[in-house]
Ligand binder design. Structure first.
Ligand SMILES: NC(=O)c1ccc[n+]([C@@H]2O[C@H](COP(=O)([O-])OP(=O)(O)OC[C@H]3O[C@@H](n4cnc5c(N)ncnc54)[C@H](O)[C@@H]3O)[C@@H](O)[C@H]2O)c1
Length: 373
């Protein structure tokens, strides 16, 4: 994995997190650091300023120049959703490895086009589903696989935030179908669906209901009401391929919730619960205690859990959200060097997109909708 040279496109919320991770990953994991080679943003000036702040060697106001640049090995896409398809396809055509933020595209059809192009060209690829990198989420997966809660018989998943709770919050690209695709479902739900695929197995059937509570928001240019074209809330029942039943509740207007990505996994001998707002904890209930002492134990993240020790030798001191991106960057470097598991790759991004689309179809037509295998 010697010194892969990164070209980062987009330096907003998540582009900055990628830059921090690329800078830290070599130190944290004691591996060859990637090279922060080239950065692109919308203008020459904004790109130059971001490159200075984030420690990139060069910058450009033209993302296509970044994709074509012979000194770039990996194209790292951190732009709004509608740009992922065009940028990923261009990078694949140029033979670059591609690291793309979620959701992979705006529709399942677009996602499939990207997957097929990447697979035909044989380029390595990865989607930024960072929450499954959490040592406690990975510990939960290991516990489930080892039978620590018996046979899994149910799942309750939620991803609740309130970043659009206030009806006066201005309209943004996330409200427009052609720029964002679905609303809360794509922005938040994509992570939750990926978590089910990580912890259990692929979702096979869904029955969904969408809700747009605030149909207009003030246009940031002139304050006039501008239509919101996608949902604020998505709810669904689901079943996995082997028939495990579950529920999803996803909202961008859930007052009080800031990063409420959580789940409960119910087994025949116990229950596991996790909440990203308390991301260093896993709660475990197992049968067997005497009456009066039955209840959840709280496990605190520590060096016994996957990758924690790379950050800190002491238990209970805690990792943060940017650390999940550092772990993800290590996995991307490994996979792009042909040394590690490439999952979650573009095919997983496409699978997630098909589940989202099935929820939308169920909302429109009613009843259960199968997710194509
Ligand atoms: N994995 C996560 O937890 C997570 C969190 C937040 C966002 N995201 C995803 O990351 C992507 C970006 O979201 P964000 O919140 O960072 O958005 P943002 O609006 O904060 O930033 C977008 C960036 O892209 C740049 N950009 C826009 N058009 C461009 C163009 N044509 N050429 C070059 N740069 C361009 C903008 O200038 C800005 O720097 C989205 O797909 C989103 O779903 C993922």
């Amino acid at each position: 994995m010697a010194g892969l040279r990164f070209g980062l496109i987009g330096t907003g919320f998540i582009g900055r997190a990628h830059a921090i991770a690329l800078k830290a990953v070599g130190t944290v994991f004691g591996i060859e650091a990637p090279v922060c080679e080239l950065l692109a943003d919308t203008t020459t000036d904004s790109a130059a300023q971001a490159a200075r702040a984030l420690g990139f060697r060069r910058s450009t106001g033209d993302w296509q120049a970044l994709v074509a640049d012979p000194q770039v090995d990996v194209v790292d896409i951190c732009t709004p959703n509608h740009l992922h398809r065009e940028m990923a396809l261009a990078a694949i055509r140029a033979g670059k490895s591609v690291y793309c933020e979620k959701p992979l595209a705006n529709t399942a059809g677009e996602a499939l086009e990207i997957v097929q192009a990447a697979e035909a060209a044989g380029v390595r690829n990865h989607v930024g589903f960072n929450y499954i990198r959490n040592p406690m989420v990975r510990h939960a997966r290991e516990l489930i696989r080892q039978g620590g809660i018996g046979d899994v018989c149910g799942f309750r998943g939620y991803y609740l935030e309130d970043y659009m709770r206030d009806p006066a919050t201005p309209w943004s690209w996330r409200c427009q179908r052609s720029l964002a695709g679905a609303g809360a479902l794509a922005d938040l739900g994509s992570h939750l669906i990926n978590a089910v695929h990580f912890l259990l197995e692929p979702v096979a059937r869904v029955q969904g209901k969408l809700q747009t509570v605030y149909p207009v928001r003030p246009d940031p240019r002139d304050g006039r009401p501008r239509p919101v074209e996608n949902e604020d809330v998505a709810r669904a029942l689901f079943e996995t391929g082997s028939g495990i039943p579950g529920t999803f509740e996803i909202s961008r207007i859930a007052g009080g919730y800031k990063c409420g990505l959580g789940f409960a996994v119910f087994g025949t001998r116990g229950t596991l619960t996790f909440d990203q707002e308390r991301m260093n904890e896993l709660r475990l209930y197992t049968d067997g205690s005497p009456p009066g002492e039955r209840g959840f134990r709280t496990l605190l993240a520590g060096p016994e859990h996957p990758d924690y020790a790379a950050f800190c030798p002491a238990p209970g001191h805690g990792l943060g959200i940017n650390d999940l991106k550092v772990i993800e960057a290590r996995d991307v470097l490994r996979s792009f060097a042909g040394e590690g598991d490439p999952w979650p790759d573009f095919r997983e991004g496409y699978r997630v997109q098909r589940v989202m689309e099935a929820i939308e179809q169920s909302h429109a037509a009613g009843g259960w909708v199968s997710v194509p295998a």
